[in-house]
Design a protein around this ligand. Structure first.
Ligand code: SAH
Length: 508
């Protein structure tokens, strides 16, 4: 029943209490903090918890948290054990302890779940990108549906089973849940005389070299491999983070999944690239799909990838992609959804929930580059989009022109300020769509929605707990009709939802 020695050893190498490389799998701003040595020292010596640091405990795993870590109890104390699955009995070493919960590192699987699968990626145990490659895909989808239900029940106080319950549908997954990411951001360095690029090893800035990332589009893997090889051949100095010397620090690759267009972004510490013409010519020759080669200069000592200056070395400034029929221009710096296939699934559901006939006025709050606004515009009389980042609104306006869409108005500002102002100006909405960041909607915005009383609200959410909290507020006037979870980030704990709310009295 115990795992093979090889697997045990792999688990001992694994440590995911803090994921350094979360962005690669779409876990931006997951807010996960790595325990520092100081935290660990303090919690160990000054406080008495039911567990001691470095203690190896045996426990039964009963659930998964939203980051995909196993959750179990040891003498009533909650422990998170990354890579352990519900139903398993495991031994785990306590690494970090807080008052009400702690983190422990998986040591040995005493009783294995039948749902456990062998992770296909050889660096799964070291990379922070994926957290659920050891769980069968169908089970992951079921788990994500359950997470949504649990949050709606626990935080929102909603009934999720039985008569009159909020209908939470099974998660819409991908037919092929691999190679879905359209953007790679890879640090470059030197290891034993070889140029390496991949991800940072846990708790260090040591770069682990990888040739293939199984959730990354093949075109992006090819860009990274080619640039590494050419930089070596042309003796382009690579960045040494510790000494803050060298030139090439990151390669960013983007692909338009529907068009096949590829963009290469070279992030360097200074403008001058030796053998630049040769480098550009060879990239073009070896990667014919490349439509744009861009340089960005970042001379700061920082973990932030991009610097302020960007210029095009060859080709166009942008590449293009489509979501549905809407064409998007993607520049080196512009935001774009990283899983366009599932984005289309999510937006189609959002469009269906909006129930448009062509006569409606729609407000799209937290509109980003206007993806949802433009997607809905074809079926609405007018769409108003609001977003706080000015560059995103510039992209939204550009994309409206690109598609010849005239019935949209975009505004820069906080949704909770701009939408009340629109209300004062007499703008009425039949449908309000919100797609807020992880922290959810501002209270003032929810209050405004309750006053404006659009017939429908469609809430698109990347965080089931803030979703549940906000739905509880809206439930004062709205009936939460149905919830559709969509798997935008397979092999991670993340789940996205589109939710239909109808004004009470309007439909019953
Ligand atoms: N709907 C877009 C983006 C959603 S992400 C899409 O599908 O692509 C959430 C967006 O909310 C981000 O672009 C962020 O910049 C923006 N944002 C954050 N706080 C905001 C606020 N108070 N008002 C308006 N936009 C905000």
């Amino acid at each position: 029943m115990t795992k093979s020695t090889k697997q045990k050893r792999q688990h001992q190498h694994n440590n995911k209490a803090g994921k350094r490389h979360a962005e690669r799998s779409g876990q931006q701003a997951a807010g996960k903090k790595r325990p520092t040595q100081t935290d660990i020292g303090r919690t160990a010596s000054e406080k008495s918890y039911p567990v001691q640091l470095n203690q190896v405990v045996e426990l039964k795993i009963t659930g998964l948290n939203h980051e995909g870590a196993g959750v179990g109890r040891y003498n009533g104390y909650t422990l998170f054990v990354p890579q352990a699955l519900p139903g398993e009995v495991v031994t785990a070493k306590v690494e970090h302890a807080k008052k009400s919960y702690g983190f422990a590192q998986l040591q040995e699987i005493v009783q294995e779940s039948p749902l456990r699968v062998e992770p296909p990626c050889p660096v799964f145990h070291r990379c922070g990108g994926c957290s659920l490659q050891h769980l069968a895909y169908a089970e992951q989808l079921r788990h994500k549906q359950q997470i949504v239900k649990d949050n709606l029940a626990r935080i929102g106080g909603f009934a999720v089973d039985g008569d009159g319950a909020v209908q939470v549908h099974p998660t819409l997954g991908m037919a092929d849940p691999w190679r879905y990411r359209n953007k790679a951001q890879v640090p470059i360095g030197m290891e034993a005389g070889m140029i390496v690029g991949g991800f940072y090893a846990e708790r260090s800035h040591e770069i682990v070299d990888i040739e293939a990332c199984l959730i990354q589009h093949e075109a992006n893997d090819a860009v990274v491999a080619t640039v590494k090889r050419l930089a070596g051949r042309l003796h382009i100095p690579v960045y040494d983070e510790a000494k803050h010397t060298g030139l090439l620090r990151h390669v960013v690759a983007k692909v338009g999944v529907k068009t096949g267009d590829v963009m290469v972004v070279l992030i360097t510490t200074e403008a001058f690239i030796p053998e630049r013409e040769q480098l550009v010519a060879l990239i073009r020759q070896e990667l014919p799909q490349v439509k744009s080669i861009v340089q960005n200069i970042n001379h700061h000592r920082t973990n932030v990838i991009f610097g302020e200056q960007t210029f095009t070395l060859w080709g166009e400034d942008v590449i293009y992609d489509y979501i549905g029929n809407v064409k998007f221009a993607i520049s080196a710096r512009s935001f774009y959804q990283v899983n366009p296939v599932q984005t289309e699934v999510l937006y189609n559901k959002t469009l269906e929930y909006a129930g448009l006939s062509g006569q409606e006025t729609v407000i799209d709050a937290y509109c980003g580059i206007g993806t949802i606004s433009l997607f809905l515009a074809e079926r609405a009389a007018h769409v108003y989009g609001v977003e706080i980042v000015p560059e995103a609104i510039a992209d939204a306006n550009r994309n409206a022109v690109l598609n010849g869409i005239a019935n949209v108005t975009f505004a820069v500002g906080a949704a909770e300020v701009v939408i009340p102002a629109w209300k004062e100006q007499g703008i009425r909405a039949d449908v309000i769509v919100v797609d807020p960041p992880r922290k959810g909607c501002d209270e003032a915005l929810l209050a405004t929605i309750l006053q404006m009383q659009p017939e429908r609200v469609v809430y698109v959410s990347c965080n089931p707990s803030t979703l549940a909290r906000d739905l509880k507020v809206l439930a004062e006037r709205y009936r939460v009709v149905e919830v559709q979870p969509v798997d935008m980030f397979p092999w991670t704990g993340h789940v996205e939802c589109s939710v239909l709310l109808k004004l009470r009295g309007a439909d019953e």
